[in-house]
Design a protein around this ligand. Sequence first.
Ligand code: ASP
Length: 336
Amino acid sequence: MISAVLLALACNPKDKVAVSTPDRNVPEYAIVIHGGAGTIERSHMDEATEKAYHEALNAALDIGEKILQNGGSSLDAVEMTIRYLEDSPLFNAGKGAVFTHEGKNELDASIMTGADQKAGAVAGVTTIRNPISAARAVMEKTEHVMLIGKGAETFASKAGLDIVDPSYFFTEKRWQSLQKILKENAEKTELSEDEKGNKKNGTVGCVALDKNGNITAGTSTGGMTNKRYNRVGDAPVIGAGTFADNATCGISCTGHGEYFIRYTVARDVAALMEYKGLSLEDAADYIVNKKLVEKGGEGGLIGIDNKGNIVMPFNSSGMYRGYARPGERYTGIYKD
Ligand code: ASP
């Protein structure tokens, strides 16, 4: 059944490409971001909070877009954009990360460059202010892809990155989410629920295409509320939460990480393009709205292909997201 659908898509990728990007010239640059997917309902959101999210998404896009406009690399654009989102307490990454069962903040991040398919990642770190910069340092300064825990922290400190006391990551809102889950079911790992019933994580991600045609993708998260035993999600796993290849696309994911790891979601989108000739739109739609739905994996992703096409599909009720291309700007939260 799945292969029949795939074959149908693969045989007929032109229809959708033509619909979404008719004869589009490759834009000078493109950038897309997400701030997490989940049950995010308009009826559960007050105006001020909604406004704050749009402002934060726009401010993040401003940072990345400026770098790209000035001819900077997609690597710099992705790192600096994600650093802003990590520093914002609105999102579950860096400051504002969710709490583990033991009441700690354990952060995961990764970054990948599509020109050379180099990658770096950190997982389970508790003192690195901007995990995305640590991921970049792993990529650029070591022969490894992933460093975890104390070792990653020692490395980040030696690399000259900002080290903070773990209390820096505390926010009252996330603390209350943990207390609520502990009371309801101490064994459950969850998307954190706010006072209004929105269940979301607020992982952040960014994908950019620069003037030289290079694609970079990055993702940063605090993971899931009430996680324990040093659980690590998809965000720092290359091929699951993050992937980039100039030949196809760059992808950053958000959602229930275990599903994204098992179904190698980020790489699967690129693989459908590489091996089956699907467009980015068809590949991403198939993975998020068919395969993940079939498997029960809630979430979404953002992506850019080497022609500057952008996708932001999600199978939850909302995903904080936005993109910019020359003369174009969009931020959104809900499905419509
Ligand atoms: N994917 C992240 C994780 O499972 C959570 C999220 O995207 O919200 O750790």
